[in-house]
Design a protein around this ligand. Structure first.
Ligand code: GDP
Ligand code: MN
Length: 378
C-alpha cells in the first residue's frame, strides 16, 4: 500500500525527521487559508500516488495567498498519469541550496534492508541508477544490529554532507530506518532531502510503501488508504480477498495458489504468449469469489484469451465451475477461455463446464497451448 506524500512526511516527523510546515487542502479556498496561516511563500503539491509530479506540472510555487488559491485551483482536478488530483499539500516553500536522495528498500538477494543515498537528489533516482550508478551509495543494514552511527557517517562522507550537518543527517538517516522498521515498510524515501539556504536539512518530499501483509497489525496506517486513488480493479480484488496484479500481456489467468499461478504464467510464456495478470483466487474459493475474479480479468481490455487453471484441494472444482458460469451470465464476452480442472470434484466441475460448452484441457501444457493459440487468432 502506497502512502501519499503528506502521510509519509507525517510519519517521518514522528521519527524526528524535519519536514516543512504544511496542511492538506481539497479546495482552492482552503489552500488560500493555509497559505495565509503559514504566512510566506508556499509550494502547492498535488497528492497523487505517482512519482514525477513536478515534471507533470503538479507542483507550483506561490508567493501570496491569492496566488496559492489560483495555483491550487489549477492543480486540483488535474489529471496526472491517469490519476485525478483531489488533494493538494500546501507546504512552506523551502529555500533549496542542494538536493540529496535518501531511501531504504529491501534487497532480497542480500536479505537486508539497504540504505541508498545519492548527491543527485530531486530527480528520478531510477534514472541515476541506470545512467550513473556510481553516484548511488548503498549500505546494507544487519537486522540484528540495526542502523549504526558509523554507517550514517560513512554515507554522509560519501554524499559530501557539510561537517556541521553530519549530526542532523545521522539523526534523519536513523529516523528513516526506525520509521521503515516500525511501519513494516517495503520502501521509505526522502527525495529530495534538502540543504536549505539557512544551512538546515529538510525532508521536502516523502514516499512510503507499506507491506500489505503487515496491514493487519498496522491499523493506523491501513486507515490511511486512499481507495479513490488506486486502480479500481485492484481495490475490487482486495475486497474479494484475491491477489491480483495487472500485467501488460493479453492472456488473463485465474489460478489457485501463488506457486501454481507463477507456473501457469511461465507456461503461457513457454508457448509464446504473455500473461495479462497474476491472479490467485486462494484456497477454498467460493463461486462468488471466482465470479469476481473473472469479472476483474475481463474488465482488462487487453485480454484476448483466458486460462483458468485450478488444482482442487480445499477448493472444489464444481464450485469453481459454478462461479465461472455465474460470471459469464453477468458479463457477456466473446473472449475465448480454456479451463483446466484437476482434483476435488473434478468430474462434477467438468460436467458443469461441458453443459455450458466451455473448452477444457487435461493438462496445463495443453491448456496453455490452447489459450495462446486462441488469443493469437483473435
Ligand atoms: P516529485 O516530482 O513528485 O518527486 O515531487 P517533489 O516534492 O520531489 O518536487 C520536485 C521538485 O520540485 C523538487 O526536487 C524541487 O526541485 C522542487 N520543489 C519542491 N518543493 C519545493 C519548495 O518548497 N521550494 C522550491 N524552491 N522547490 C521545490
Ligand atoms: Mn520527489
Amino acid at each position: 500500500m502506497n502512502l501519499h506524500e503528506y502521510q509519509s512526511k507525517r510519519v517521518f516527523a514522528r521519527f524526528g525527521i524535519p519536514i516543512p510546515k504544511g496542511e492538506v487542502a481539497t479546495t482552492p479556498v482552503e489552500a488560500r487559508d493555509i497559505a495565509k496561516a503559514l504566512g510566506g511563500p508556499v509550494v502547492i503539491k498535488s497528492q497523487v500516488l505517482v512519482g514525477g509530479r513536478g515534471k507533470a506540472g503538479g507542483i507550483k510555487l506561490a508567493t501570496t495567498p491569492d496566488e496559492a488559491e489560483a495555483r491550487a485551483g489549477a492543480i486540483l482536478g488535474m489529471n496526472i498519469k491517469g490519476l485525478t488530483v483531489n488533494k493538494v499539500l500546501v507546504d512552506e516553500a523551502a529555500d533549496i541550496k542542494d538536493e540529496i536522495y535518501l531511501g531504504l528498500v529491501i534487497d532480497r538477494s542480500q536479505r537486508r534492508v539497504v540504505m541508498m543515498g545519492s548527491s543527485e537528489g530531486g530527480v528520478d533516482i531510477e534514472e541515476v541508477a541506470a545512467v550513473t550508478p556510481e553516484k548511488i551509495i548503498k549500505i546494507a543494514i544487519d537486522p540484528f544490529i540495526g542502523f549504526r552511527t558509523y554507517q550514517a557517517l560513512e554515507l554522509a562522507a560519501g554524499l559530501g554532507i557539510p561537517k556541521e550537518l553530519t549530526r542532523s543527517f545521522s539523526e534523519i538517516a536513523a529516523g528513516l530506518y526506525n520509521a521503515f522498521v516500525a511501519c513494516d515498510a517495503s520502501l521509505a524515501e526522502i527525495n529530495p532531502l534538502v540543504v536549505t539556504g539557512a544551512g538546515k536539512l529538510l525532508g521536502v518530499d516523502g514516499k512510503m510503501v507499506i507491506d500489505d501483509n503487515a496491514l493487519f497489525r498496522q491499523t493506523a496506517l491501513a486507515e490511511m488508504r486512499d481507495s479513490a486513488e488506486e486502480d479500481p480493479y485492484e481495490a475490487e480484488a482486495r475486497r474479494f480477498g484475491l491477489s491480483y496484479v495487472k500485467l501488460d500481456g493479453d492472456i488473463g489467468c485465474m489460478v489457485n495458489g501463488a506457486g501454481l499461478s507463477m507456473a501457469t504464467m511461465d507456461m503461457i510464456k513457454l508457448y509464446g504468449g504473455s500473461p495479462a495478470n497474476f491472479l490467485d483466487i486462494g484456497g477454498g474459493a467460493t463461486a462468488e469469489r471466482v465470479a469476481a475474479a473473472l469479472r476483474i480479468i475481463l474488465s482488462d481490455k487487453n485480454v484476448k484469451g483466458v486460462l483458468i487453471n485450478i488444482f482442487g484441494g480445499i477448493t472444489r472444482c464444481d464450485e469453481v465451475a459454478r462461479g465461472i458460469i455465474v460470471a459469464l451470465d453477468e458479463v457477456a464476452t466473446s473472449v475465448p477461455m480454456v479451463v483446466r480442472l484437476v482434483g476435488t470434484n473434478e468430474e462434477e466441475g467438468r460436467a458443469i463446464l461441458a453443459d455450458a460448452n466451455m473448452a477444457t484441457a487435461a493438462t496445463l501444457a495443453e491448456a496453455a497451448q490452447k489459450a495462446v493459440t486462441a488469443a493469437q487468432s483473435v
